[in-house]
Design a protein around this ligand. Structure first.
Ligand code: GLA
Length: 743
């Protein structure tokens, strides 16, 4: 068997091409050398058929062997990654190896986000193009592998070209498949709902298929396009695990299955539900990109790989590496009830406490005074504001604040001039009453003229007012998919083109306004995925701003996404979503694990609280380099019954750390709680200071404690903390002269 081997710094990936031209997956795991084809076990197995050419050798079966890109029709009866039919409706592919080449550099994908090389950190990046062919259909299927050795990541995508004479119908073109010949695995996936997104669930795989995905038009609140396959014994600090993230913001599917022989298959890609993509002769289809990584040292290390990947090879733009301004958003402060003057007053108060950016949320356009009208009418409601947008921007800049604006370009209200003029621009099936959500409809962004029109409306505003930040929202799931411009309708195709339309809109907007900071949003975190992060380097994490719920949401989010992508704000108490009352400090500590901002009228706080806000903003600014460059460690799991939630940022050289702890539950006469740290250097001595000295009762600042003790036994939490209290510890390596003070 001819093999192709890809190496990253710590991993090896190997494919094998059989004499019949079938491509098998041989190995993905810790770095290794040699030919792994001996790992394949060839056996005669009943009801697992054989390729025609090897019918006398009944031990060769695609149904039992690991396949690199499984297709329906080759005798593999497990769920395929690829499914195609011809003009007559005949299903059945026979993909065989045609050629391959290894090229320097990274491939790109037309119209879709893709991991890019970071020029500031040279890496010897290569692309493997492996071409498979179905001679009968005239289909050429190219598997792309982007190899990032230093990053320890391999990216994948697939293109399908029709070299034949008839139209081909694509029913499934997943981006990546991974077959494992040995071992049972758990699937870690991130489920949720609006206002409670990305909660980690660990499901042991058993015979059959565990499928997660989205059918809502966006990647969704309900499931995230990132999963982890881990051995049952794998923990944060120990064991094998694989991560797979899809850079796509629409309908997706992930299938994790255990086959009849106990083997595991993990696949992810564009959803195949109701997909019938007509590929005409000469045309090429591109699947979204998937990124995969392996860790031999548990989940924390896997997260670190994905954090770096997303931070420096997915996020783009001016704000990629710089601290984002501390913002204040008026949504929970005013909802729709504001004037320009009220916004300026909120901003003035916030500016005096150290806030740097005022974001004007929903309600500034058309005749919008609640959520029943005006989406699509993107002209400024000067009557409501009492000034033009340019004047508002100028006033805010005058008080030293940057200015941000909320938009929701993909939507239209029935009660809008746009809908009255172009009812066929909305997704509605003729003759069927559309499903409504928040009383709004979705614009058909699969049509270029619709995207162009909305784009022109946006540029009209942004060309005339000095805007520093855009929050781009998307506030409903998509239904009633019908495009008025085409006779042939296909749900899956229209939804794929819809996402390409959204990406085209964002690509043009971000290119035209390179100085604007873009934040993604979809009712909070309904489109929190690596595809969107290619355009918007941060995303509003959840509409739930309750600190305690947020800790759980941010915990799940942290498995794939770095803190600099996580929009997080301090809001008022009782919290608007849960009614819970938490200390201001705790809300700030929680928001500091994200992009940090406020979402309340700071003028309503008393003098002590205002002082606290000033201190928290100053702390955020001073800890930002550590939080940005540092490695993030989950120290407890807040979704299990535990006393405290805790997380830490540790500097790459392990000389500094910031540990945040929030008390979740308190009991009478409670035992002492120790927070065990991670990621420190065992041999180093650390001086620990609680960032607010009043709480530093547990450990005196002059004590130095060794990394091994802190990781083995932990920091004892001080007595006297009550439910929802928080404490932050700053750890710095003691200088050589102070080593004698070690504990
Ligand atoms: C969504 C967002 C909120 C806010 C509202 C405005 O729900 O997630 O933050 O912008 O829309 O309508």
């Amino acid at each position: 068997m001819k093999t192709i081997t890809l190496h990253t710094k710590n991993t090896t990936y190997q494919l094998g091409i059989s004499p019949l031209g079938f491509v098998h997956h041989l190995y993905y795991g810790p770095k290794a050398s040699g030919d792994m084809s001996a790992l394949l076990s060839m056996r005669d197995r009943g009801f697992s058929g054989n390729p025609y050419e090897s019918r006398n050798d009944r031990t060769y079966s695609m149904d039992a062997l690991p396949v690199e890109y499984p297709c329906y029709g080759c005798g593999d009866y497990r769920s395929p990654a690829f499914n195609i039919s011809d003009e007559k409706g005949i299903f059945g592919a026979d993909l065989r190896y045609k050629s391959h080449q290894l090229e320097p550099g990274k491939y790109t994908i037309p119209g879709l986000p893709a991991v890019y090389p970071d020029t500031s950190e040279p890496d010897d990046i290569q692309t493997l193009k492996l071409v498979l062919e179905d001679a009968r259909l005239g289909a050429e299927v190219t598997l792309y592998y982007g190899i990032f050795p230093e990053l320890d990541v391999i990216t994948r995508t697939v293109s399908v070209k029709n070299n034949g004479k008839g139209v081909l119908h694509l029913h499934k073109v997943f981006s990546a498949a991974l077959d494992f010949i040995s071992g049972g695995y758990d699937l870690l996936h991130f489920h949720g709902r609006h206002a409670m997104e990305r909660l980690m669930e660990r499901s042991p795989l058993s015979h059959g298929t565990l499928t997660i995905g989205s059918f809502r038009g966006t990647s969704s609140h309900q499931h995230n396009p990132f999963v982890i396959l881990a051995r049952p014994e794998t923990t944060e600090d120990f064991g094998d695990c694989y991560g797979l993230a899809l850079l796509y913001s629409g309908n997706f599917k992930c299938e994790a299955m255990m086959d009849q022989y106990g083997q595991t298959r993990l696949m992810m890609g564009l959803s195949d539900d109701m997909l019938d993509y007509a590929l005409c002769p000469g045309e090429t289809f591109y699947a979204p990109e998937a990124a995969m990584a392996y860790s031999s040292a548990g989940l924390a290390q896997l997260s670190h790989i994905f954090h770096k990947l997303i931070r420096t090879h997915v996020c783009r733009g001016r704000y990629r590496d710089i601290r984002r301004p501390v913002l204040i958003n008026n949504w929970e402060a005013t909802y729709f009830n504001f004037t320009g003057e009220k916004i300026i007053n909120i901003a003035r108060q916030a500016a005096s406490l150290g806030v740097e950016l005022m974001v004007l949320d929903d309600g500034w356009f058309g005749r919008r005074s609640d959520d029943n009208s005006s989406l699509g009418d993107w002209y400024v409601n000067e009557e409501k504001l009492g000034c033009s947008m340019a004047e508002l921007a100028e006033s805010l800049h005058g008080i030293g604040m940057k200015f941000g604006l909320w938009i929701e370009p993909e939507m239209v209200s029935e009660d809008s001039n746009l809908y009255r003029a172009h009812p066929d621009w909305a997704f509605i099936i003729p003759g069927k009453p559309p499903v409504m959500s928040r009383n709004q409809l979705v614009l058909d962004f699969s049509r270029k003229e619709v995207v162009d029109y909305i784009f022109a409306q946006m540029t009209e505003i942004l060309d005339h007012a000095s805007v520093d930040y855009i929050k781009m929202d998307m506030n409903r799931s998509i239904c009633d998919v019908y495009t008025a411009v085409s006779g042939r309708q296909n749900y899956g195709t229209i939804m794929y083109r819809y996402v390409l339309g959204v990406y085209d809109f964002l690509e043009r907007l971000t290119a035209r306004y390179p100085n604007i900071l873009f934040e993604g949003c979809s009712g909070g975190g309904g489109r929190f995925d690596a595809g969107m992060l290619y355009y918007t380097p941060q995303i509003w994490c959840s509409d739930n701003t309750d600190a305690i719920d947020r800790i759980r949401i941010q915990h799940g989010t942290s498995f794939c996404y770095p803190s600099c992508c996580v929009g997080a704000h301090v809001s008022a108490v009782p919290n608007h979503q849960t009614g819970r009352v938490t200390p201001l400090k705790t809300r700030a500590v929680t928001a500091m694990a994200g992009t940090f901002g406020y979402e309340l009228d700071l003028g309503t706080l008393d003098a002590a609280e205002k002082q606290q806000v000033q201190k928290d903003i100053a702390a955020y600014k001073s800890f930002w380099p550590l939080m940005h460059d540092g490695m993030y460690y989950r120290l407890t799991d807040p979704n299990t019954p535990c006393c405290a939630a805790a997380w830490a940022f540790v500097s790459p050289d392990r000389t500094e750390a910031l540990v945040s702890v929030v008390v979740l539950e308190m009991h009478g006469n409670a035992p002492a709680v120790y927070i065990r740290l991670k990621g420190l250097a065992p041999e180093k001595q650390y001086v620990i200071t609680a960032t607010e000295s009043a709480a530093a009762e547990g450990l005196a600042a002059e004590n130095a404690v060794s990394g091994s003790v802190l990781m083995h036994t932990g920091i004892p939490l001080p007595a006297g903390l009550t439910q929802y209290d928080s404490i932050q510890y700053y750890l710095a390596e003691v200088s050589d002269q102070r080593r004698f003070r070690k504990v």
